[in-house]
Design a protein around this ligand. Structure first.
Ligand SMILES: [Zn+2]
Length: 179
């Protein structure tokens, strides 16, 4: 049996009302924002999300997303494989202003009148789970083991600057960091 593909769009309110479960995979190639951070775009994100209404009446999305990503090591600028996973605890709100009133355990996700975008939701979770400046474990940077490779230094500085202007920082302000 092949693993089902997660649909891009879904009616989140209906899914919550019916207590639906969505499990399957999304191609990394379909996630453009995280694609900009990756050195390889093949691979799949594994998604398991349960929709429902909690005891306090919040329409919630609980679950887990994970993927093996090929990121750029910020020390040697070489490729590094990293398993990234995030637990999802979201509550649907209709306006941004409702988010501060949510209990601590829930992150708010604003749902408009349009069908919800599951790809964007999963991508946000993965982006928040990315390390700020990924790097190989000590001593595993291949490029730095090449003697006399001084050319790498200016690039490394530039990479640090880019990491500082990381767009995820903006997202992180609105949402709890992953645990
Ligand atoms: Zn490295």
């Amino acid at each position: 049996m092949s693993i089902p593909r997660v649909p891009r769009h879904a009616d989140f309110r209906k899914l919550a009302a019916s207590g639906a479960h969505i499990g399957g995979v999304i191609a990394l190639a379909d996630l453009e924002r995280i694609g900009a951070e990756l050195l390889a775009h093949d691979g799949l994100v594994t998604v398991a999300l349960g929709f429902g209404i909690d005891d306090e009446g919040h329409r919630v999305i609980d679950g887990h997303v994970e993927a093996e990503l090929v990121l750029q090591c910020q020390r040697c600028l070489g490729p590094m494989r990293l398993g990234v996973a995030a637990d999802v605890h979201l509550a649907m709100v209709w306006r941004e202003e409702e988010i501060p009133a949510l209990p601590q355990r829930l992150e708010g996700v604003v749902i408009g009148d349009e069908p919800g975008d599951l790809f964007a939701l999963v991508e946000d979770e993965l982006l928040l789970a990315l390390p700020f400046a990924p790097s190989h474990a000590q001593g595993e940077c291949a490029a730095l083991e090449v003697p006399g490779d001084a050319a790498a230094a200016p690039d490394a500085t530039q990479a640090e600057d880019e990491a500082r202007e990381n767009p995820f920082a903006v997202l992180a302000k609105y949402r709890e960091p992953p645990h």
